[in-house]
Every structure is written in structure tokens, then in C-alpha cells.
Design a protein around this ligand. Structure first.
Ligand SMILES: Cc1ncc(COP(=O)(O)O)c(C=O)c1O
Length: 423
């Protein structure tokens, strides 16, 4: 569920007409419903309440500071993947003991900064990384908790670019290597082997692959505990799917009802603390992209609706072939519909927001909403074709604010110099 809905002919975000914001801010822009972010966080928290999990919002999905602050104020932790994300996390004052750090390529500088910030733990993805964290923690004289990221070799039914838990992927460690590391934890005196981490992919709509992966992780925990290693945390990652089109994903409650029985035998009885790292589930349906039609070009087979938003603003359709519903911001009452591609102005055939859609007839100046853009939207945007990045607007009830302004032309060249020596 989300808080974008029509009242009469107008699309609203919570209690604000989208058209009103467009008139003030200009197009294109991202629009976030803070109420929806918080609803989704709360739904997950409540679904798992009997084991009081730590929910670390995966900020790679949406790292807008206002969004993060709203979630952190609600009690959320953060899942980070870079020094830049750590910087943002600190800016919003997250409790560092609720921060987990994943990524296959943490640099020494990032590791040092995270240890100094006293984050809860690193999710470690290779032997070399483990050695590096130990060496840095030793140099700093600051013991550090870590979790080993297992690669459970479970293939969820999702786009191959967002499958992460199979042997073909770069993520995590195979179970044999991971077991050996736990057995040899004495070699890393500055590390506390506190957790086991899995993350099998994204936009997973069924519970079954999660159950398989969690079972494998629990068996693994049993075996290392049996050998005398106290494991306190099981981090089951993110990956919960949402509705973009006709998907019927598990709800938070259904997910909890599937996972809790598997955990119950282990988690509550033996005191395992559960960590979840949802990104898309919390943010995906909490945001939209608002764009204006510039031209309509009627071809022989289909029309091209040329909008002012493009692949640099939202890369998901071009990158993953992702589907986003396209709806008018104001229902025009025109009854004819056309078969059309919704495209941007960028010089690439891959620049599209929707392909071969039957959409209500539009004319220049009409506003369109690209739905479900709150996850992996703005964060993946770029300046390709020297297009300034677009604003992010937040709504809470009947009030709206620009949480990030539109970039200016000067912003585009801010970090550049014309090197006189070579021209
Ligand atoms: C380790 C890890 N945790 C959590 C997530 C968030 O995934 P999602 O947005 O599908 O919930 C990702 C996404 O790539 C990830 O790599």
C-alpha cells in the first residue's frame, strides 16, 4: 500500500495535489511520501515483533537525508555499503550500534572510519577483507564485531542482475570456507565472530527462497556453535519484492509467518538476534517520478511520447527492463488511448521509461507520474548528456518541502577545471 491516490481527477501524494508541487518546483522531480516509508517500516517491525528484530534500512535504495532521518527517528538502523553512506548515516545521527556495513570492496580508509564510528558490525565477504579488518582493528586497538556473509547458493526467481546468493555471484563466502574461518577465529584476535549474514537478491516475491537460505544459515550456525563459537546475530538481508505491475508479493505478515517458524526453533530458544536489511520494501512504492510531456511523435506503428525525464533520472527501465506503471497526474477525460513508448530526450535508443504501453492519449504539457520510483531511482541517477540532477520533494500530510534542490548548470561543472597546460 502507498499514499498516492486520485481525489477526483487529481493525483495526490498524501494530502497534496501532485500538480500543485509541479507548478512550484518544475519538472521532472522525485516525490516521496514520508508516511508511506514509515508505514512500511512499521509493518515489518510489527510482523516480526515477537522476536524484536533490528531493521537496518538498506540506504543504497534511497539515501535522501530527510528519508533517512524519518526512518531513524522511528527506530530504524541502516545498512551501508560505502564511506559515503557512512557519512550520510552519521549526518542523520543514527545510533551507530544499529549500523551494518556490507560490500565486497571495503577500502582500508572506509574500514577505519567505520570502526572509529563504532558501527555494530561488518558483513565480511572475503578472507582478505577479514585479514584487513583485523589488522586495522588491531592497529586502532578497537575490537570489532563481524558477520560472515554466506553464499547459500540459492537462486531466487528474479532478474539475473539482482540475484546475489548463487555460486555464480561475487558475493559472500561458500559454506566450507566460512566454516573454516569460524574454526580459525583465534587467528583474528581483534575480531568477534558474532554473526552470519545472507542476502540472496532483490525483488523476490515468494518466501520459499528465503526459507531455503535461512535454513542453510541456521544449519551453519548450529554447526559453528556446536564447535564452540558463540554466534549472536543472524542477518537475513533484504530482497523483499513489491508491486510494480501485477506481482503478488508476500506481505510483511506473510513473510514473517513463513520465516518465524523456521527461526523459532533456533532464534528465540537460543537467543539469536535477527537483523533485516530491507531497501525496496520500505522505499519502492513510497516515491514517484513526475515528468512533463514535451512532444508527441506519431509513428506508423506506435507513438513516441517524449518526456522531460530520461534514463539519467531513472535508469531502471533501461538497465533491468524494469516495468513502472505510468499514470496521468490529472485525468483528462480523453477517452482514446494510444500504443506508445515513453522516452526521454537522451541520445540513446535505450532511453525509455516505458515500452509499448497502451496509455491514455496525452498532449504536450501533460504531467505523467512514473510510479514506484522510491527505490533505486534518484540514487542511480547521473548527469549523462549534461543533464542536472532533479529535485527530491518530500510530503508529510498536507505539507511539502524540497529535500534536495535541482542541480544548476554551475553544479555540472563545479569540480572541473580547464587545464590550460594541455589546451
Ligand atoms: C547486502 C544487501 N542487503 C540489502 C539489500 C537491499 O535489497 P532490497 O532493496 O531488495 O531489499 C541489498 C541490495 O542490493 C544488499 O546487497
Amino acid at each position: 500500500m502507498h499514499r498516492f491516490a486520485y481525489k477526483g481527477r487529481e493525483l495526490y501524494c498524501e494530502d497534496v495535489p501532485v500538480r500543485k508541487i509541479a507548478a512550484e518546483v518544475g519538472t521532472p522531480f522525485y516525490l516521496y511520501s514520508i508516511g508511506t516509508f514509515l508505514d512500511h517500516y512499521t509493518k515489518l517491525k510489527e510482523a516480526f515483533q515477537e522476536i524484536d528484530p533490528l531493521i537496518c534500512f538498506s540506504m543504497k535504495a534511497n539515501s535522501n537525508l530527510t528519508v533517512l532521518k524519518a526512518l531513524v527517528n522511528q527506530g530504524s538502523g541502516l545498512d551501508i555499503v560505502s564511506g559515503g553512506e557512512l557519512f550520510r548515516a552519521k549526518k542523520v545521527g543514527v545510533d551507530p550500534s544499529k549500523v551494518v556495513f556490507a560490500s565486497v570492496g571495503k577500502t582500508e580508509a572506509e574500514i577505519e572510519e567505520a570502526i572509529r564510528a563504532r558501527i555494530l558490525m561488518f558483513n565480511v565477504e572475503s578472507v582478505q577483507e577479514l585479514e584487513t579488518i583485523n589488522a586495522i582493528a588491531c592497529r586502532m586497538r578497537m575490537p570489532q564485531k563481524i558477520a560472515i556473509r554466506l553464499n547459500p547458493d540459492v537462486a531466487p526467481d528474479t532478474h539475473h542482475y539482482i540475484t546475489t546468493g548463487t555460486k555464480a555471484n561475487k558475493f559472500g563466502l561458500d559454506l566450507e570456507t566460512a566454516y573454516k574461518l569460524f574454526m580459525e577465529s583465534y587467528r583474528y584476535p581483534f575480531l568477534r565472530f558474532s554473526g552470519v549474514h545472507i542476502h540472496i537478491g532483490s525483488q523476490i516475491t515468494k518466501s520459499k527462497p528465503f526459507i531455503l537460505a535461512v535454513r542453510k544459515a541456521l544449519q551453519f550456525i548450529d554447526s559453528v556453535r556446536f564447535a564452540g563459537n558463540p554466534v549472536e546475530y543472524l542477518n537475513i538481508g533484504g530482497g523483499l519484492g513489491i508491486i510494480y505491475s501485477k506481482e503478488k508479493p508476500q506481505t510483511a505478515r506473510q513473510f514473517a509467518e513463513a520465516i518465524l517458524p523456521v527461526l523459532r526453533s533456533s532464534a528465540t530458544r537460543r537467543g539469536l538476534k535477527l537483523i533485516l536489511e530491507p531497501g525496496r520494501f520500505i522505499s519502492g512504492n513510497s516515491g514517484i517520478l513526475v515528468t512533463k510531456v514535451i512532444y508527441v511523435k506519431k509513428g506508423k506503428e506506435k507513438a513516441f511520447v517524449i518526456a522531460d525525464a530520461a534514463m539519467n533520472d531513472l535508469i531502471r527501465p533501461s538497465f533491468y527492463g524494469a516495468y513502472h506503471e505510468i499514470v496521468p497526474v490529472t485525468r483528462s477525460g480523453r477517452t482514446r488511448s494510444v500504443l506508445a513508448d515513453l522516452v526521454g530526450p537522451i541520445c540513446e535508443s535505450g532511453d525509455f521509461l516505458a515500452k509499448e504501453r497502451q496509455i491514455p492519449e496525452v498532449v504536450s504539457g501533460d504531467l505523467l507520474a512514473v510510479m514506484s520510483c522510491g527505490a533505486y531511482g534518484y540514487v542511480m541517477s547521473s548527469n549523462y548528456n549534461s543533464r542536472p540532477r532533479i529535485p527530491e520533494v518530500v510530503v508529510r500530510g498536507s505539507r511539502y518541502f524540497q529535500a534536495r534542490r535541482r542541480e544548476t548548470r554551475e553544479d555540472l561543472v563545479r569540480n572541473e577545471t580547464i587545464v590550460r597546460e594541455v589546451v
